[in-house]
Design a protein around this ligand. Structure first.
Ligand SMILES: Nc1ncnc2c1ncn2[C@@H]1O[C@H](COP(=O)(O)OP(=O)(O)OP(=O)(O)O)[C@@H](O)[C@H]1O
Ligand SMILES: [Mg+2]
Length: 272
């Protein structure tokens, strides 16, 4: 099956560790899909600096197809992460979108017709093109911690919807699930950090507890969980098996630094 990550990429700069890593919701989803046995691709825009090179070379190393990757004169997107060495107290510093924000053109949309699923999310800022994408391919969308008011316009167009609701009560989780299901979404995930995630596929709801791990960095755990779960469901695995595989894989990602590895040292002074 073919899966395409569409939208954002970013270089995560770990200020205290003086390391940087490739990331971004659409990139992470594509990488994890490729690692989950899919043929994955990524559409997005990288800059002409060394950060752009890091995104491209890591995606190439992971085997992700880059036929529609754009390079635009200017700085790549970056995010600064302040974190202690055991992965606690993650605080975001200076973040810039660089050249990463773009709109899909006709050739991109045509290219998407060759996929089984396209994944994007609120950080990719492609909301106005969601109906056009939906005409070509089924959509998975990560709403992160955005409100249901925000989600209301997008939900009717998507097959998969992901929500981040760390610390939410059972009632809040149910409200999110019900809202997405009544909009016609087939597969809904409500991730709840180190507790686990509630997932719903075609009316079948279950809770997937997190798998205990010595977490060094939980960044990107949600993307890992979602991508592995979605890939397993698409290829016909029972929901319980797919969700438990997702939790296992997310725990593995919590045990490694960066969204999916590929550390590169930061050699110059970076702004906080
Ligand atoms: N500390 C942890 N230990 C083990 N597994 C974890 C831990 N944190 C997260 N996970 C796993 O990753 C999944 C998704 O995590 P989380 O809720 O943090 O993602 P998220 O909602 O995308 O968060 P965010 O986008 O804010 O990073 C959880 O359901 C769980 O399976
Ligand atoms: Mg997330």
């Amino acid at each position: 099956m073919r899966i395409c990550g569409v939208g954002d990429n970013v270089v995560d700069r770990y200020f205290n560790q003086k390391l940087m890593f490739p990331g971004g919701n659409a990139v992470n989803f594509a990488v994890h899909a490729q690692r989950s046995g899919m043929q994955a691709a990524y559409i997005g825009v990288i800059g002409t600096d060394s950060d752009g090179d890091l995104i491209r070379s890591s995606l190439q190393a992971e085997g992700v197809e880059l036929k529609r990757l754009r390079v635009k004169e200017g700085p790549n997107a970056f995010a600064t992460v302040h974190m202690d060495n055991d992965g606690n107290n993650r605080v975001w510093g200076l973040c810039e979108k660089g050249v990463s924000i773009f709109q899909l053109d006709g050739a991109d949309l045509e290219y998407l017709e060759g996929f089984d699923l396209a994944h994007t999310g609120e950080t990719s800022r492609l909301d106005s093109q969601i109906p056009a994408i939906r005409e070509r391919v089924a959509i998975s969308f990560d709403f992160s911690d955005r409100s249901l008011d925000y989600a209301a316009d997008v939900l009717p167009h998507v097959k998969v919807a992901a929500f981040s609701r760390s610390g939410a009560t059972d009632d809040e989780v149910k409200r999110v699930l019900d809202f997405a299901v009544s909009a016609g979404v087939e597969l809904v995930t409500v991730t709840q950090g180190a507790k686990g995630a509630t997932v719903c596929h075609k009316g079948n709801v279950l809770f997937a507890p997190a798998v205990p791990v010595d977490a060094v960095d939980t960044l990107g755990a949600g993307d890992a969980f979602l991508s592995r779960l979605v890939c397993r469901v698409l290829t016909g695995a029972p929901l319980r098996e797919a969700a438990s595989d997702g939790a296992q894989y997310a725990a593995h990602i919590c045990g490694t630094r960066g969204a999916f590895g590929h550390a590169r040292p930061v050699t110059r002074e970076i702004p906080a």
